[in-house]
Ligand binder design. Structure first.
Ligand code: TRP
Ligand code: SF4
Length: 418
């Protein structure tokens, strides 16, 4: 049964619906029945959308290879705002995915002017968070990965400046390194498929990151030698830029197939089998055989100050190494969905969906669904004051950080392993 994915509904969903219909992102509801276990971030309506998650769900169910990848730009310390993506990656690793994490030091250097030394230090902090959460897999710094750079160069043959202008608003003043950091990210997303095998790849991102995903999906498609399409009663394998030898090999592999100028038509074969074989032929002829990457989209945890959670607004978020007193103060000062007066709060109840602290609990601090439901109820029925609720939340955050730091220490020897 597919549960109501948004029992704690948050206002953000309204705009999301519009965003989805404009850009063709599907609701996460469409895949919930396809996975054996529904993680809390899908159950609670944090991850709300996806592109092509079906191929990931199928890989999880059938225990076939898939990759799970994300990247962090080391331009500031990791904080609560980074935790969601990290958990999504770790969960998918636990479901059998090959984990990949890129430290986008080239991007941090090009776009934010962070020194290489600082990038190295900050990168380690992100990695220790990931390992503390149970990450296993491959990690690298963009600047040190030569094969990644070659892949980025190859990918760059498929993207021109007008496309970058359309997607990112680049202007003639944009420096080349910025453009290069975009193509590095494209390469990051495709990298697991050259490092291991071509396989479905999932990139969990915040909803604002969809432009990167669209660009990369386009490039992945353009880098294929062939397209495989199901037509009426047959399958058409079309060459986009395949060498004639490769097209001949396709023809030879399927008895009874017909070869034409630039395409081969195949009858009586399941499309998936044809795709697989064509991919192998592509690889044997020096192609990439990429699967078009998939993505999931999560909503943002609002900052404690109301707006965005960002390290450039220190009061909006909590870093993983902040002292207890600071953490408590930030939580106690957080924007709530409480009423103006105590009397009103008792009579009308609070508004948890507008409360940065409720959402902090929903995202990370309360793992048990029943406990969370209780917090919601107490709030809505006016059974608790915001002061008391904040205090309890602060205690949870402080305990969470204590345990998390211990795990980070324990994981420290894993950093530096490539
Ligand atoms: N651009 C991302 C950021 O600003 C970091 C990043 C680099 C990334 N490569 C990636 C994210 C690949 C997802 C996948 O944080
Ligand atoms: Fe937020 Fe708690 Fe106040 Fe409700 S009672 S608005 S959840 S701080």
């Amino acid at each position: 049964m597919v549960p109501d994915i948004n029992p704690w509904s948050s206002n953000q969903t309204i705009d999301i619906d519009k965003l989805f219909s404009e850009f063709g992102i599907e609701s996460i509801c469409s895949v919930l029945s396809e996975i054996p276990e529904i993680p809390y971030f899908m159950r609670r309506g944090i991850v709300v959308g996806h592109r092509d998650y079906h191929q990931i769900a199928s890989a999880i169910r059938n225990k076939t290879p898939f990759h799970i990848l994300t990247g962090f730009m080391p331009s500031g310390h990791p904080h609560l705002g980074h935790l969601m993506v990290m958990k999504e990656v770790v969960w998918h690793v636990q479901q059998g995915g090959n984990g990949y994490v890129t430290i986008a030091d080239r991007e941090a250097h090009a776009v934010r002017g962070i020194s290489w030394e600082k990038c190295g230090e900050l990168g380690k902090e992100y990695l220790s968070c990931l390992y503390a959460l149970g990450f296993e897999g491959t990690t690298y710094y963009q600047s040190k990965n030569e094969r990644l750079k070659d892949l980025a160069f190859e990918a760059a043959t498929k993207v021109n400046f007008s496309e970058l202008t359309a997607i990112y608003g680049f202007s003639p003043e944009t420096d080349l390194a910025h453009a290069e950091s975009v193509i590095m990210q494209v390469a990051d997303i495709l990298y697991p498929q050259i490092d291991r095998v071509p396989a479905p790849t999932l990139v969990p991102v915040g909803i604002d990151q969809d432009p990167h995903i669209r660009l990369t999906r386009g490039v992945a498609h353009k880098m294929r030698m062939f397209t495989v399409e199901e037509r009426d009663g047959y399958i058409s394998v079309r060459s986009k830029n395949a060498p004639e030898e490769a097209l001949k090999a396709v023809h030879k592999s399927f008895s009874g197939s017909k070869k034409y100028e630039g395409h081969v038509d195949i009858k009586g074969m399941p499309c998936a089998d044809v795709s697989q074989k064509v991919r192998e032929i592509e690889l044997a002829h020096g192609g990439f055989g990429f699967f078009t990457p998939s993505s999931t989209y999560h909503i943002f945890m609002p900052g404690l100050t109301g707006g965005k959670m960002s390290s450039s607004i220190p009061e909006s978020t909590i870093g993983f190494f902040e002292p207890e007193a600071t953490v408590r103060k930030k939580v106690m000062n957080g924007i709530t969905g409480g009423r103006m007066t105590l009397e009103e709060q008792k009579r009308l109840g609070g508004e948890p969906d507008k409360c940065s602290l409720y959402l902090l609990n929903l995202f990370h601090m309360v793992t048990d669904d029943n406990d969370l439901q209780k917090i919601r109820q107490r709030c809505e029925q006016g059974d608790i004051t915001c002061g008391q609720c904040k205090k309890e939340t602060a205690d949870r955050v402080i305990l969470f950080l204590k345990v998390f730091r211990e795990k980070m220490d324990a994981a420290s020897e894993k950093i530096g392993v490539r």
